[in-house]
Design a protein. Structure first.
Length: 391
């Protein structure tokens, strides 16, 4: 489950995010990552407790149903989560095809069809098999990041000179730089919420899933902060901000070798993200159907693979259509707003649930103020993003 979670959270975005965050927060970028991890951790803890209370598919939709006792609200949230995942998957498919076109002569539309078919087939093959493949790719993906950290260790000799710049003071400038970076870095931690949608296929779910969610976020934060520190010890923030491929720049700088290996690992990360999003969306549709909120066929499970084949086929078809249509930049922005709105509702749902329903014995229990803070943070980001769209 941790490998599955890392596959959803540590995506291809980190390969570009390092440069963007350095350009915004400068030497305070590691601090921005740390603050973003803490804020994302509030919502992650809410999902962790809820996954133990209600270990069923449909995730956020089920939690909202329990918190607000509204089938319509629950269905809307579930469909929004599934749509956000499928839009993300289609954007990732287009990203992979873009990378591939730089390496090989291809026919984009034909290759999109083949790629989505393979992703759908893997997702329908079986949860053990598809998660094994996703976990294997995740190991490659995380291994690439650890390789960059390892090759960059010689830069630690600059820590004595540059290290003091990493420590923020209480000045308005420092707070402003961290705040601006947090708005960007927060999105690098989104992905842990997908883990709850495979709850019915997890062994000892009430114990395993909450721990896996929190461990996933912790590992992600450590890797991101280490990468950011190594990058800023190797190059100035201005140099990182100018680079279109800062991770490749780091690898080439410290090894003297071509960054082709890092490019291939980035491509694996893209495919892994798309596969996990299709798995997630199919389980959301399955969960909604089994609760009678959408048509029953989506609840059908194949007798041999034990996977919701119709839900998986539908999810794959939507990804294919969106990927062929392209022009997904505005949809991708909408995806972020949708997920933050879902985070807000899930946090508020848990805050309400904890008032009336005691947690089952042995279940992870967090203080009631945690989901309230998670709600305030998530809804604050929603307002900020919407204001950016309007302005």
């Amino acid at each position: 489950m941790v490998l599955y979670g890392l596959g959803t959270t540590i995506g291809a975005g980190i390969y570009a995010l390092v440069g963007e965050l350095a350009g915004i927060s400068g030497y305070l970028a590691p601090a921005a990552f740390l603050v973003a991890a803490i804020l994302a951790g509030m919502t992650a803890m809410s999902f962790a407790e809820l996954s133990g209370r209600y270990p069923q598919a449909a995730g956020a939709a089920l939690y909202v149903k329990q918190g607000f006792d509204s089938d319509r609200f629950s269905t809307l949230v579930g469909l929004l989560v599934a749509l956000a995942g499928l839009v993300s998957a289609s954007a990732l498919v287009n990203g992979f095809i873009g990378y591939l076109s730089e390496l090989l002569p291809i026919h984009p539309q034909i290759d999109i069809i083949i790629l989505v078919f393979l992703i759908g087939a893997l997702a329908a093959w079986g949860i053990a098999e598809s998660v094994f493949i996703a976990s294997l790719i995740t190991l490659i993906e995380v291994g690439g990041l650890l390789l960059i950290i390892y090759t960059g260790l010689p830069s630690l000799e600059n820590l004595g000179e540059i290290g003091p710049h990493f420590i923020p003071d209480l000045s308005f400038t420092s707070v402003s730089l961290i705040y601006s970076g947090v708005l960007l870095a927060f999105f690098a931690f989104i992905g842990f919420e997908d883990m709850v949608d495979v709850a019915e296929e997890v062994k000892d779910v009430s114990r395993t899933l909450p721990r896996a969610i929190l461990l996933t976020l912790s590992i992600t934060a450590i890797i991101y902060i280490c990468i950011m520190v190594i990058a800023l010890l190797s190059f100035t923030p201005a140099e990182l901000a100018k680079s279109q491929a800062p991770m490749a720049l780091l690898y080439e700088h410290h090894t003297g070798n071509s960054a082709t290996l890092i490019t291939f690992i980035g491509m694996f990360a893209i495919i892994n993200g798309a596969l996990i999003q299709v798995i997630m969306a199919s389980r959301v549709l399955y969960g909604l159907s089994c609760r009678g909120l959408i048509p029953k066929p989506f609840c059908r499970v194949n007798a041999r693979t034990h996977t919701p084949v119709i839900s998986t086929f539908t999810a794959s078809l939507v990804v294919l259509i969106l990927a062929l249509l392209g022009e997904l930049s505005s949809l991708a922005q909408a995806t972020s707003i949708i997920m933050l709105a879902v985070f807000s509702m899930v946090n508020l749902a848990l805050w309400r649930i904890k008032k009336h329903q005691p947690a089952p014995y042995g279940n992870l229990v967090i203080p009631r103020w945690v989901p309230l803070v998670g709600f305030i943070v998530s809804s604050g980001f929603v307002i900020f993003e919407l204001s950016n769209l309007v302005l």
